[in-house]
Design a protein. Sequence first.
Lengths: 161, 375
Amino acid sequence: MQELAQALLDAKKQVGLCSVCFHLSADPVCEICRAPSRDPNTVCVVSDSRDVIAIEKTREYKGKYHVLGGLISPMEGIGPDQLHITPLVRRVNQDNIQEVIMAISPSVEGETTTLYIGKLLKPFTRVTRIAFGLPMGGDLEYADEVTLARALEGRRDLDMG
Amino acid sequence: MFLNTLHLWQFRNYCDQWVEFTAPKTIVLGENAQGKSNLLESVELLATLRSHRAMRDRELVLEGTEEGRAAARLERAIGAMDLGMVMRRSGRRTLVANGQTLKRQVDFLGLMSAVEFSSLDLDLVRGGPGYRRHWIDTLLVQLEPMYHHLLQQYNTVLRQRNALLKRHAKSDSSCLNSTELAIWDAQLATVGTRVIRRRARAIARLAPLASTWHSNISDHRETLILRYAPSVPMDADDPEQIQQTFLERIKQRAIAEQAQGTTLVGPHRDEIDFIINDTPARQFGSQGQQRTLVLALKLAELKLIEAVIGEPPLLLLDDVLAELDLNRQNKLLDTIQDRFQTLITTTHLGSFDAQWLKSSQILTVKAGEIIENEP
Ligand SMILES: Nc1ncnc2c1ncn2[C@@H]1O[C@H](COP(=O)(O)OP(=O)(O)OP(=O)(O)O)[C@@H](O)[C@H]1O
Ligand SMILES: [Mg+2]
Ligand SMILES: [Zn+2]
């Protein structure tokens, strides 16, 4: 895990971020965003590029991604404006996206981020969330592939209370 | 349940100490500042994951070392259990039960149960509401281990929401993102409602027990009423109604909250009222009444934990026995008998009943080392 994190850090220095989904990419638009075989109408929202890698390992997901670059956390000075939320709203409005899947850890900060984005997107599209049966405060990164695949499959509509 | 052995390694002023408990009552004898309370504190930690005197784990680790450990072997009705807790200066903890490292703290809670009673507990009556909230929370994590997780969640939401309000209060140029604040409000109300309902439930169960004990100890001269006064008023145990009221209260205090940069509504502002013969014990209770009240609360805790987990919990008496008068001492001793394993600290044996001393194990503590006295 340490090595992977380091590799990602190194990669970050050389490569930039995809201009569409903000996943790590050597090109202006990443491979996943360019792939014609992937469903362009479904977007899975994650906090970090590491989560994209974890979900890709399951080979269960055929849609596209959107990487937020963190979670809302006022204590760390991170508000919605510090995350890639506005580009997500624009994407949803412009690209005829049918479903946005929130795949964010159920921590307090994760929950706030999920609810915040849900509130913004609900008027425009269907918003679902993956079913977390993960360890409390668990990260996607540490979930094994089977658990993650099951969580993706068992997703449900986001309940805004 | 019975605590057989305790192993303290680089914990407080203990370097590497094994303690074996051989009687239902153990008296821990020693001069001031030798390590008596430290010993009891390790048991409290293993039972509740909380210490009533340490704010941070670095206080618990032997000075000059990086990590410390407290471990216990416990006999329960379902069998023997080995519990271990590693504390680090960094604050990261590792919990081990029966050789397995646990991923979640809640899985550790409830394995060992203890009620701690020290002279500091008079603050429960005299001190500010924070003492009473800490007290009910410590009891709750033992009754419902999930509560530990809930409380952590609530405190995180609270700190995050305060950070947002504070930033806004400081720089009036940045305008508050009202959608973000609304989400934090909703989170505070959702998690806060769970905290309130569980506190209400615990106090409802504890109140009649405490009243009975108070009446008994005061020879039926006094009646005690325990009343939960949540910061968000509740008429009934209806989560939707409480949440609704919670959100309304937040709205009412919005201007004050944004001006002060802090959260003014929620269970972090709860109070628990103790009323003796129709007057608040905090302002008007005599010393004796306050002592009776604290003793009644502790006995009620013992009985409630016993009822919930089906086994008598441990009792930790730190410096209090000698402070109680003979009548109150006897009430306490009559109740515990040999059923509740009890650890008692004292600086001198003079105030103990001779019969009692005979049936007790006596350990002497000197500068972080424990010597067993010959019987
Ligand atoms: N992290 C630590 N490392 C080393 N020593 C410590 C640490 N924390 C506390 N101590 C020492 O432990 C001693 C206090 O122990 P404790 O509170 O158990 O005393 P006590 O025997 O209960 O005394 P009293 O009768 O006054 O209540 C003090 O000498 C203090 O310096
Ligand atoms: Mg002491
Ligand atoms: Zn992309």
